[in-house]
Design a protein around this ligand. Structure first.
Ligand SMILES: Nc1ncnc2c1ncn2[C@@H]1O[C@H](COP(=O)(O)OP(=O)(O)O)[C@@H](O)[C@H]1O
Ligand SMILES: [Mg+2]
Length: 273
């Protein structure tokens, strides 16, 4: 299934590139995913985007979660248009790319409950990512995918080389991350892994190593690498700022969790392509 989607996607991407791209885009794409819901994926995405924008990069976030599109809440916005207005041909890309109240930071808002089945396997949705890359206006695009491994999420994973998975150390979250690894190992070279709600770097490292060992034992593709890139602790400041529609990395610059996220940013800036 994933193979089929993947080959459909590469055909589409090649075609799109041929038509639109006279020169390569400077824009780098990071797709944030999780397997399990509720692990902190949107919180990570919004705060990573903010920290990158603070370092001078022009950043766009695409909220591609049709299960629970809540990026506008984290950015405290009431979006007039969503990515579906673009998909449905009602608005231009510029019109759906909304300026947030933070410098250098833009949002393409999502909408919960959109009927994906109408377009199943069509790569209609992830086209917005390609189109935003082709604009060559942003340094970095972050896509917040929904939870789970449905066809809609797979669309966004298929077109991305920089995939970042957020998980907790909870056994059910780890099971879901392992399923994600298994699926990606067919077509991708690498998965970057972050542990949320995880007190220190070493705990994450130990668990990441066990996932890698399990992959070896089950003979997943040898060329597929899992790179552990950091942890964020549980912090009351994160849930409080989330509820107040603010970003913890902006409100609590000296918090351990903000410093932990800065380590992740350093890694991303060195390693994404
Ligand atoms: N490290 C953390 N410490 C405390 N609360 C957190 C942390 N990470 C996420 N949260 C809270 O957990 C809830 C779920 O996070 P969210 O980013 O919406 O998850 P997801 O996008 O994976 O469904 C939110 O209320 C958020 O504020
Ligand atoms: Mg979310």
């Amino acid at each position: 299934m994933f193979d089929t989607i993947s080959s459909q996607a590469s055909k589409l991407i090649n075609l799109t590139n041929r038509v639109r791209n006279s020169k390569p885009s400077k824009t780098k794409l990071i797709t944030v995913t999780s397997g399990k819901g509720g692990v902190g994926k949107s919180t990570f995405t919004a705060n990573i985007a903010f920290l990158l924008s603070q370092r001078g990069y022009k950043v766009a976030v695409i909220d591609a979660d049709i299960g629970l599109a809540n990026m506008q809440v984290l950015f405290n916005m009431k979006p007039k248009y969503t990515l579906f207005d673009y998909i449905d041909g009602m608005k231009t890309l510029e019109e759906v790319t909304l300026k947030t109240s933070y410098d250098n930071l833009y949002l393409v808002a999502g909408k919960s409950g959109y009927q994906y089945s109408n377009h199943s396997n069509s790569f209609v949705f992830s086209r917005i990512v390609q189109d935003l890359i082709s604009l060559n206006k942003f340094d970095i695009i972050l896509v917040d995918t929904g939870a789970g491994l449905n066809d809609y999420v797979k669309e966004f994973l298929t077109i991305s080389d920089n995939i970042l998975a957020i998980t907790t150390t909870d056994p059910s979250a780890l099971t879901d991350v392992y399923s994600l690894m298994k699926m990606l190992s067919f077509d991708k070279n690498k998965l970057m892994l972050c542990f949320n709600h995880t007190k220190n770097y070493k705990i994450g490292l130990t668990i990441a190593n066990s996932l890698v060992n399990l992959a070896k034992k089950n003979r997943l593709n040898n060329d597929f690498m899992v790179e552990y890139i950091g942890n964020v602790s549980t912090s009351a400041n994160i849930s409080t700022t989330g509820r107040l529609r603010k970003l913890f990395t902006n409100e609590f610059i000296q918090d351990d969790s903000t410093k932990q996220l800065q380590v992740i940013i350093d890694y991303l800036l060195k390693n994404i392509h």
